[in-house]
Design a binder for this molecule. Structure first.
Ligand SMILES: [Zn+2]
Length: 270
């Protein structure tokens, strides 16, 4: 590994720590925080957009980049859009906007939002537009402070709740603040899930809480590189920034990964 690469990874880790460091201010509101190419056909309920995908990518468990599977011949120059702390206020609007723009994404849900009036309907709406639903825990705790039983409730509780509503169990976990431990990994094995942190994000920082500033930094940050895994949240300025982020990344030659093409532990064990 070159020194430059080491420095980049160190910088990315530092950036993630910044995201994690926000937890005390925002508590439950935000975390501002050798496989073969396997054929996979998933048919969802009839009123959803039908999805048929071949796995082409995996999540690098050190850098959290989205990287092509060996022999997949998939493009390296991709970005993945991810939205956390949803469906709160703007998750469905973000999904509708992305649908119009023709860009896939993954929405990491907290089940506490599903228990509010209208929460289930918002989740159904996002799912029916064809977006992948990920697990962001039930109540947005720091998992590393919890016992096995408590972590299981936070993680499996979301899988059960989401399955109840849309008939599918999330394949990816985004731990709040990016924090997890050996206990979390044990539950990942049991639930056949893969952890997906992120490479960069800015929408919790005050100076980027407007659409133009957020779009500018998301496209022009030094952290943008192949396999970029963009962390965003269910926020109004994040909704406003989508056109700018998508056109900016397209202008730089990036295409967008469909999460349905990213393999998880669930399919690796099949
Ligand atoms: Zn979060």
């Amino acid at each position: 590994m070159t020194l430059q690469k080491k420095l980049i990874i160190f910088s990315m880790s530092a950036l993630m720590l910044v995201a994690c460091g926000n937890k005390k201010d925002d508590s439950a509101q935000t975390d501002s925080p050798e496989k073969d190419n396997i054929e996979h056909v998933a048919t969802e309920d009839s009123d959803s957009k039908e999805k048929t995908a071949t796995f082409k990518y995996e999540v690098n468990q050190d850098t959290w980049q989205i990287v092509p599977l060996k022999d997949s011949n998939a493009s390296e120059k991709v970005a993945l859009l991810t939205f956390d702390d949803t469906p709160d206020k703007h998750g469905l609007e973000i999904a509708q906007k992305l649908d119009k723009l023709g860009v896939p994404a993954i929405f990491f849900v907290n089940a506490m939002f599903l228990d509010r009036p209208g929460g289930e309907e918002m989740l159904k709406g996002i799912h029916k537009l064809g977006f992948e639903i990920g697990n962001h825990t039930y109540n947005h705790p720091d998992l590393t402070t919890l016992s096995y039983e408590e972590q299981l409730k936070e993680i499996k509780g979301v899988n059960d709740r989401v399955e109840e509503i849309i008939g599918l169990r999330p394949r990816f976990l985004r731990p709040p603040f990016g924090l997890f431990n050996e206990t979390t990994l044990k539950i990942m094995d049991e639930e056949k899930m893969t952890i997906m942190n992120w490479t960069y994000g800015y929408d919790w920082e005050e100076q980027y809480q407007n659409g133009a500033a957020l779009a500018d930094i998301m496209v022009n940050t030094e952290f943008l590189s192949s396999g970029a895994n963009l962390l965003m949240h269910d926020r109004s300025w994040t909704l406003d920034a989508q056109e700018g982020i998508i056109s900016g990344l397209r202008d730089k030659g990036y295409t967008f990964v469909d999460p349905a093409e990213i393999i998880s532990k669930r399919e690796m064990n099949n």
